[in-house]
Ligand binder design. Structure first.
Ligand code: FAD
Length: 380
């Protein structure tokens, strides 16, 4: 009987990084990647730098499934949604078809949060969370248009900066008091806000969109305070959360993400998870560096050497040239913030006595990233 393949569900950075790492260690075990999208390989962080780097959606693709299959000595099925996992019999379900696996990896990513209010489902209200979304957005967007962005988080602010570089007018609306709420402390959020404003953005903080309607060729957004904004397109960037549907239906233990230990093992034998969908040893980390570390560790495990993941210091960098922001979140560690600087240039250190447990740098201070990363206690 043919050997059942290792199957990876998902061809985002987590799925493809794992496949690459696995192939460095094991050239021959049958490998199958399955994706409900087009399975092009791309770097998701590049989606919010398309105008800055002058790349179209097609230019952001680093390989179609044919090229990736050849590179990875793997089979790749795109536009294929896995709809069931039978962990007892080690089989996947795809619209009635059963596929056996020897080991299974969930790299199913995160889904965008969607707001629900009158008009929130209009065609020109978009979320951009993969290359296909981005391609559709760039096709619909015409030169010099006005884009309303709901959400001043990392993704909303990055798209705002990039769109302005592309010659578009941008308005950001967010109910929070300052940008990057929840990721950085207020002084740093204010710095980014000021940087984006100086670059031309309208920042409407403490406000939210309560309805949207078509108004001739544009969209009219009504805010909670009665303000009306006319825009050509609306980007909804109100957060993402791990995609748990498939895992929960399969009976895998889930919390905020698919629960794994540091060896990326889920509650079912021979089933692993990594990337945006996973909650690794209690942490959901929706960033690239952690998933790269996980991919390296899991590749070893899949090749027969059970390996736990260990992270170094992993600062998050926003791609907002109007005011770069670097943050090493304290992740629940003890300490207090101390700030210096002003305007768009803010430096915050999160210290517990002599120990540096986090930092935030904006503007010119961003150049201190490496020096402070060295100082910061490693995240274990
Ligand atoms: C605009 C933007 C900018 C970002 N910038 C940064 C940055 O600067 N730095 C940083 O560290 N992070 C950044 N991030 C976050 C980072 O990109 C993500 O953490 C990372 O790409 C997640 O990769 P993933 O493979 O886990 O998930 P995804 O890329 O979401 O991949 C999930 C895959 O699973 C597939 N899938 C899901 N369910 C099924 C199913 N049932 N059947 C078949 N296939 C399925 C999907 O088709 C897809 O291929 C950014 C994110 C965005 C949106």
């Amino acid at each position: 009987m043919d050997q059942a393949p290792v199957i990876i569900i998902g061809t985002g950075l987590a799925g493809y990084s794992l496949a690459r790492e696995f192939r460095k260690l094991d050239k021959d075990t049958p490998l199958l990647l399955i994706s409900r999208d087009d399975a092009h390989s791309y770097s998701k962080p590049m989606l919010s730098t398309g105008f800055t780097k002058q790349k179209t959606a097609d230019e952001l693709s680093m390989g179609d499934p044919g090229k990736m299959a050849a590179q990875l000595n793997a089979s790749i099925r795109n536009f294929t949604e896995v709809d069931a996992i039978d962990t007892h019999n080690k089989q996947l379900g795809i619209r009635g078809e059963s596929l056996p696996y020897s080991k299974l990896v969930l790299a199913t990513g995160a889904q965008v949060n969607r707001l629900s209010f009158p008009g929130s489902d209009l065609a020109r209200v978009v979320s951009i969370n993969d290359l296909m979304d981005y391609r559709a957005f760039r096709t619909a967007l015409k030169p010099n248009q006005h884009v309303l962005i709901m959400g001043a988080g990392l993704i909303g602010c990055e798209y705002a900066n990039d769109l302005m570089i592309g010659g578009h007018r941008v308005t950001i609306v967010d109910p929070a008091k300052t940008a990057l709420n929840g990721l950085v402390p207020e002084p740093a959020g204010q710095a980014l806000q000021q940087g984006l404003q100086d670059a031309g953005a309208s920042m409407l903080m403490g406000r939210y969109v309560s309805s949207l309607q078509e108004d001739g060729t544009s969209l009219c957004a009504s805010l909670d305070d009665g303000t009306e904004i006319h825009a050509d397109m609306v980007i909804s960037a109100v957060g993402i959360k791990p995609d748990l549907q498939l895992a929960e239906a399969a009976g895998l233990v889930c919390d905020r993400g698919i629960v794994t230990n540091r060896a990326l093992e889920t509650s079912a034998a021979d089933v692993y998870a990594l990337g945006d969908c996973a909650q690794v040893d209690g942490h959901v980390m929706l960033y690239v560096l952690p998933l790269m570390s996980c991919a390296r560790a899991l590749a070893k495990t899949l090749s027969g050497e059970r390996t736990e993941v260990h992270y170094g210091v992993m600062p998050v960098v926003t791609k907002t040239p109007a005011c770069p922001v670097v943050v090493l979140p304290p992740m629940g560690k003890p300490g207090q913030w101390h700030f210096e600087g002003e305007g768009t240039h803010i430096k915050g250190l999160y210290q517990d006595g002599e120990t540096l447990n986090g930092f935030v740098l904006t503007g010119d201070y961003a150049s201190e990233k490496q020096a402070l990363s060295k100082q910061a206690a490693s995240f274990h």
